[in-house]
Design a protein around this ligand. Structure first.
Ligand code: ATP
Ligand code: MG
Length: 407
């Protein structure tokens, strides 16, 4: 017996209805705001993620599904299942010269992502993300719209109680001072930090703040470290940008709180970063995360292009929303003449009705039982009905019956 791979899940039965609802809501909300769907391949050159997500991230260092195509061309041979979609969308943006269209260029996506992680509640190896990417706008209106889209999408699936956590990482210039201060204040504790944080200390010290290790968390509680974290290192331009974002959010009545520990797990963010968390999800509580990444397009070979986006975990969202119940069919055809039942179903479906029929010539009582389970009305199709083209239609909740010409 071959089973599904660890960390992957089949989506079955009525759950698929809820998944469809999530996708339909996403399409409606994003298209109403002029976002176009983008579908990029689920595998890309490994190099894209190394450069695009960042060499010092957990995603690239520990979680990548990388394999060789076995091709002779060395440059082509290492590919990776996408762990996230921003890198792929940016690649497509550059490759298709989308920057030639007038900005903003706005995209949304839905699809599976792959990370080699320890499976647990809220953490799978194949999971799904919905996300948006908005290119070409430096104005803080873009940050605010991105956050608004996340909240509007969540509202459209009935989740309207999640607060946004907000922070600013500044620009590469002002971040340098922040990085140095963090390094300095953490230096005496270097031995006590977890192994990952020892590496982060060298490569990307800000991300130490993202560490989930209890011992590291305790160290961050120390007064002198707190002081550095709570200090604002951002330059006047970045501070102004952040103020504007907050002003826009206030005007939209979007609730947020500042979380100075929020740095996000990816290397490419600058200025605004945000996360939307739920307190009913246990320890994997982040539903949505994103921010501004003004340097990424250039880093991947395009022209300098400001950009902002986010990604939302669909499995975690699924846990939060009311499930969509199965709907009954309009009709179930009960008949000993499958060829006629099939033709009647075809005609009814063409008229926009939902219907099904018994394909196995089962006993009348069995067919009627099935009809009562799956449909609102049974159509009894006997010899006489076939000849005269009228039908006996039984209301399965009241039991009443009438003769009808349905077509
Ligand atoms: P976490 O801190 O939970 O590992 P992350 O920072 O790695 O999250 P992002 O890369 O920001 O996650 O991805 C955005 C969203 O995708 C997350 O907020 C989460 O809802 C979802 N997500 C990420 N990894 C997984 C996973 N392995 N299984 C299920 N959902 C995931
Ligand atoms: Mg992660």
């Amino acid at each position: 017996m071959i089973k599904a791979q660890r960390g992957t899940k089949d989506i079955l039965g009525e759950d698929t209805l809820t998944w469809q609802k999530i996708q339909d809501s996403a399409r409606n909300i994003f298209q109403s705001a002029n976002y176009r769907e983008i579908r990029t391949p689920i595998f890309e050159a490994t190099e894209l993620f190394k450069r695009g997500v960042g060499d010092s991230t957990d995603i690239v260092n520990k979680e990548m599904y990388t394999f060789s195509t076995g091709g002779k061309d060395k440059n082509e041979s290492s590919i990776t299942l996408r762990p996230e979609n921003t890198a792929g969308v940016v690649r497509a943006y550059i490759e298709h010269n989308i920057s030639r269209q007038s900005p903003p260029q706005k995209f949304w996506y839905f699809g599976p992502m792959f990370r080699y992680e320890r499976p647990q509640a809220g953490r799978q190896r194949q999971f799904h993300q919905i996300g948006i990417e908005l290119f070409g706008v430096e104005n803080p209106a873009a940050d605010a719209e991105a956050i608004l889209m996340a909240q509007e999408f969540l509202k459209s699936v009935g989740v309207d109680n999640l607060e946004v956590e907000l922070n600013t990482l500044g620009c590469p210039k002002c971040r340098e001072e922040y990085r140095n201060s963090i390094r300095e204040v953490l230096k005496p504790y270097l031995d006590e930090l977890c192994n990952d944080c020892k590496i982060r200390y060298e490569k990307n010290p800000l991300r130490i703040l993202d560490c989930k290790d209890e011992n590291c968390q305790k160290i961050f509680e120390r007064d002198e470290i707190k002081k550095v974290i709570l200090n604002d290192y951002v330059c006047p331009e970045c501070a102004q940008h952040f103020e504007q974002v907050k002003k826009y959010l206030d005007a939209l009545n979007i609730k947020y709180s500042r979380n100075k520990m929020l740095v996000r797990g990816l290397d490419y963010y600058n200025r605004t970063v945000f996360e939307i968390k739920s307190n009913s999800l246990g320890s994997q509580n982040a539903v949505c995360g994103g921010g501004r990444y003004d340097g990424l397009v250039q880093m991947l070979g395009g022209a300098p292009t400001p950009a902002v986006g986010w990604a939302l975990g669909v499995e975690r969202l699924f846990e939060l929303i009311e499930k969509t119940p199965a709907q009954k069919l309009d009709y179930f055809v009960v008949s000993k003449y499958p060829e006629h039942a099939l033709k009647l179903c075809k005609d009814l479906r063409e008229k926009g009705k939902t219907c099904d029929f018994d394909m196995q010539n089962r006993k009348f009582a069995k067919q009627l039982e099935k009809a009562a389970r799956v449909a609102n009305f049974a159509i009894i199709l006997g010899e006489e009905e076939i000849e005269k083209s009228f039908y006996t239609v039984k209301n399965l909740s009241t039991g009443t019956q009438e003769q009808k010409t349905l077509l």
